[in-house]
Design a protein around this ligand. Structure first.
Ligand code: SDX
Length: 436
């Protein structure tokens, strides 16, 4: 970051001496006012619950321009990556900062492929869950449990440990998600097959059985790979910030990623794809497109807690570029499967059209986000609704790791420890119980 010529001067109307705060430029995007010395100089904190105006770190990984609806991974527009690259190339880009050449891609893919199996003991963790346990409950447990198997690589300050942990987590997430699915189905787990692509291997572990050969559908394989690319990273979102804060204590990478899985589960975040599909099915059950107006009235009624799931975003005040690409992927997959008339897809497009013309949404700059169409395409592929967020976690693992490793690799990093504005009881003495 570069020190700007101008500075910020904070002055107080009560005569408290003003303070000068340095301003820094990034390479693109908003400048920052450096408040690191504010408390020492003024005895005051800043106040920003929800971090609406706070940069928690400097990063070179992902850049979002919310007004333009622009998303760049290491400078490359998501539209170009989603059409010209695959998930392995994207993982290499996010982790190391560059797109690999053919040899580099083959080497990276081989390293990932060689770590796709999990310890046989992992299957016994699943037995502790009910068969109808939510897959994200299982994933939160399994990812954290991985740290029990890799005592050789849990020192986050050791670059070699960070590297092998990154490879292991990227490689094993599909295996764990597929195991969670098979467990819910009461079917045997399928071992990874090293001759398949990353997405193809995931499909095989999900949908194959020991009873017959499984043939990967290349259209679905490509669609899944693109879904992984679109979900791979997204700046300092809630789950990435959770991973950074968790990792800042020096805990091992598996524990930090498990914290990210837990945070992503929420319906305001990664859980929105599941919530959006359930919302579409509810509207469909109520009567479909004819009931959209009634539903929208509930959404606009401040007293109802109803939200149009898959819409709105803290950063995007324009169309989420991932939503556009996901809608295209929807069309491709539905056409390939002969489901062009999928009622939920038609309902989603009708909802989008109505919302984008409605003043409530226009005024608040609410547009479809990545979660609005992702559920429809995953459902068409045969992925159960409850597994959608686990797929999101599978794809976002590379982004979480890249961001964690960037933080740990920054010599300036410290343990994250925010303060507060205290509004509770001031000091008072305990009264003995007999006198209370
Ligand atoms: C993801 O941060 C990331 O980058 C996340 C993510 C990633 O890749 O990591 O992009 C993934 O989490 C996408 C978001 C998925 N969540 C949803 O689709 C759930 C529905 N969306 C909302 O809950 C909401 O839009 C958030 C949580 C996404 C953003 O919330 P903000 O930024 O805190 O905005 P807000 O709640 O203050 O909303 C501003 C106004 C409010 O109305 P007023 O109080 O001004 O009258 O817009 C309204 C909100 O009520 N609003 C919505 C709405 N989203 C916001 N009203 C109806 N439906 C919605 N979806």
């Amino acid at each position: 970051m570069k020190l700007a010529d101008n500075k910020a001067t904070l002055s107080f109307s009560n005569g408290t001496p003003s303070v000068d705060l340095p301003v820094y430029h990034g390479n693109v995007g908003p400048d920052v006012v450096d408040i690191r010395k504010l408390y020492a100089q003024t005895g005051m904190f800043t106040y920003d619950p929800g971090f609406l105006s706070t940069a928690s770190c400097q990063s070179a990984i992902t850049y979002i321009d919310g007004d333009k609806g622009e998303l760049l991974y290491r400078g490359y527009p998501i539209e170009q990556l989603a059409t010209n690259c695959d998930f392995m190339e994207t993982c290499h880009l996010l982790l190391y900062g560059n797109l690999p050449d053919a040899a580099g891609k083959a080497d990276f893919t081989k390293r990932v492929t060689q770590h796709t199996m999990v310890n046989e003991q992992m299957q016994f963790f699943l037995r502790g869950f009910r068969r109808d346990a939510h897959p994200m409950a299982i994933m939160t447990g399994l990812v954290g449990a991985l740290s029990a198997f890799y005592h050789d690589s849990t020192d986050i300050n050791n670059p070699e440990h960070r590297e092998i942990s990154a490879i292991r987590l990227i490689a094993k997430m599909p295996t764990l998600v597929a195991m969670a699915y098979k467990y819910s189905m009461g079917q045997p787990y399928m071992y990874p097959k090293n001759n398949l692509s990353y997405a193809g291997n995931f499909m095989h572990m999900m949908f194959a059985t020991p009873c017959e050969e499984y043939v990967v559908n290349p259209v679905i394989e490509r669609a899944l790979d693109r879904i992984f690319v679109l979900h791979a990273d997204h700046e300092q979102n809630a789950s990435t910030s959770t991973v950074r804060l968790c990792g800042s204590s020096g805990t091992n990478p598996f524990a930090a990623i498990a914290a990210g899985v837990a945070c992503l589960w929420g319906p305001a975040h990664g859980g929105a794809n599941e919530a959006c599909l359930n919302m579409l099915e509810d509207i469909q059950r109520m009567g479909g497109i004819s009931k959209v107006g009634e539903f929208m009235n509930q959404v606009k009624d401040k007293n109802s807690s109803v939200k149009l799931m898959g819409f709105g975003h803290r950063v995007y005040k324009n169309y989420d570029p991932r939503a556009k690409l996901m809608q295209e992927t929807c069309k491709e997959v539905l056409a390939a499967l002969g489901l062009e008339n999928d009622p939920l897809f038609k309902l989603a497009m009708a909802l989008e059209k109505i919302a984008l013309e409605d003043d409530y949404f226009v005024q608040r700059k609410l547009y479809p986000n990545v979660d609005f169409y992702s559920g429809i395409v995953q459902r068409a592929i045969g992925i159960p609704v409850s597994l959608f967020t686990a797929i999101f976690a599978l794809a976002r693992t590379v982004g979480w790791i890249a961001q964690l490793n960037e933080m740990i690799g920054d010599p300036e990093y410290k343990i994250g420890r925010p303060r507060q504005l205290f509004t509770g009881a001031v000091k008072r003495d305990v009264v003995p119980i007999g006198q209370r």
